[in-house]
Design a protein around this ligand. Structure first.
Ligand code: KG4
Ligand code: ZN
Length: 351
């Protein structure tokens, strides 16, 4: 590290799925601040396919990688010479996508002799709310619910280095359920945001969908049965083409309600099991308005402190990777130079 003082400029990369993001963060005596957080979304590319096409994602990451870097540095008002630390997502995710951001990070690290830390994408999500609220010793322990297109996981978090998986989906992630239902109804990808908006027009009590594994004696969840129940309900009502528009809204409001209740029940159960009073909800699906209101309302009634990132930091972004990077920073980075260069993408990296 060039500057061993309190001021650290951290350049972060996130490219695990279909978003390419580059951010610049500053850590000084006032804490951690986002100076820029540029996100190149590919939603418009994958929309017509109903899901992410890995080869297209990595090809488009190549196009975005240099412009994202240039804009992130310019917006932050810094140059590469000012950077003391580089943080990059190394997994889990799509291998071709991960490689683009990671190779850019490794190249800059090698050429300019700047230390590089590898970050687990899920860890980035877990701590993302602390980009906006100050993290203190009192922030721990907490139960973290990470809900995204690939994850529905519950962790017990005692510190940055003590994170334990205590519950997870046994099949689909809840974001995957929203994406698949949206695709089936012809609304395209990504489905979570679209379903959230359309559900506002429907009646959440119109259909009673099953809440799979709600009474199981563990913290695991299941969403594929719920997905099948939604699809067969739509089929019985005439199928995606013939079903009445207002009934579709009722179906979507009812499934959104079922998902939100199931997630809250299991997360609250984790808090009771481990004697924890704080819940952090993050990942793309945490942008969902009904999930936010159920957690906030039920959490208040049960005396839990509920923490969400702002909607713009819920979905994938490099700022959250940079935040986690500050806590991985080795004591003597120069001594570990070979180790930095040996960092590789790990598509199935379990936290
Ligand atoms: O964390 P994220 O950006 O990428 C992954 O790591 O997967 O999450 C993407 C997921 C997608 O499944 C998308 O449909 C979902 O987040 N999502 C939402 C909302 N906005 C995005 N799901 C429900 N409600 C939303 N408002
Ligand atoms: Zn994510």
């Amino acid at each position: 590290m060039k500057d061993s003082g309190i001021r650290i400029i951290n350049l972060a990369f996130e490219s695990s799925c279909d978003d390419f993001s580059c951010a610049v963060l500053l850590k000084d005596e006032n804490g951690i601040k986002i100076l820029s957080n540029i996100i190149y979304s590919q939603d418009y590319i994958h929309n017509i396919y109903g899901g992410v096409v890995p080869e297209l994602a990595s090809r488009n990451h190549i196009k975005a990688s240099l412009p994202a870097l240039k804009i992130a540095l310019a917006e932050a008002g810094v140059t590469l010479k000012d950077v003391n630390l580089i943080s990059a997502t190394a997994g889990p995710g799509l291998v071709g996508s991960l490689l683009i951001g990671l190779m850019e990070a490794k190249t800059i690290s090698f050429a300019l002799n700047i230390p590089l830390v590898k970050i687990n994408h899920i860890e980035g999500h877990i701590f993302s709310p602390f980009l906006e609220i100050t993290e203190t010793a009192e922030s721990f322990p907490f139960v973290a619910l990470v809900i995204s297109g690939g994850h529905t996981h519950i962790y017990l978090v005692k510190s940055h280095s003590n994170i334990n998986l205590v519950g997870r989906t046994r099949d689909d992630a809840c974001g995957e359920l929203f994406d698949k239902v949206s695709n089936y109804l012809g609304f395209g990808y990504p489905g979570g945001k679209i379903i959230d908006e359309l559900a506002e027009k429907g009646n959440k009590d119109a259909f009673k969908f099953p809440l799979p594994m709600i009474h199981s004696r563990n913290l695991d969840m299941s969403f594929s049965g719920l997905k099948t129940a939604v699809i067969s309900t739509v089929d019985k009502l005439g199928g995606p083409v013939k079903i009445q528009e207002n009934i579709v809204y009722d179906v979507l409001a009812s499934v959104r309600e079922a998902v939100a209740k199931l997630l809250y029940k299991k997360t609250a159960a984790a808090c009771y099991v481990y004697g924890v009073k704080t819940i952090v909800v993050s990942g793309g699906v945490s942008a969902n308005s009904r999930i936010r209101s159920i957690f906030n309302d039920y959490g208040k009634n049960n005396n839990f402190k509920i923490i969400f990132p702002s909607v713009s930091l819920s979905t994938d972004n490099a700022a959250m990777i940079g935040y986690a990077g500050f806590f991985k920073f080795p004591v003597d980075p120069c001594a570990n130079r070979e180790e930095f260069l040996n960092i590789n993408a790990d598509p199935s990296w379990e936290l």
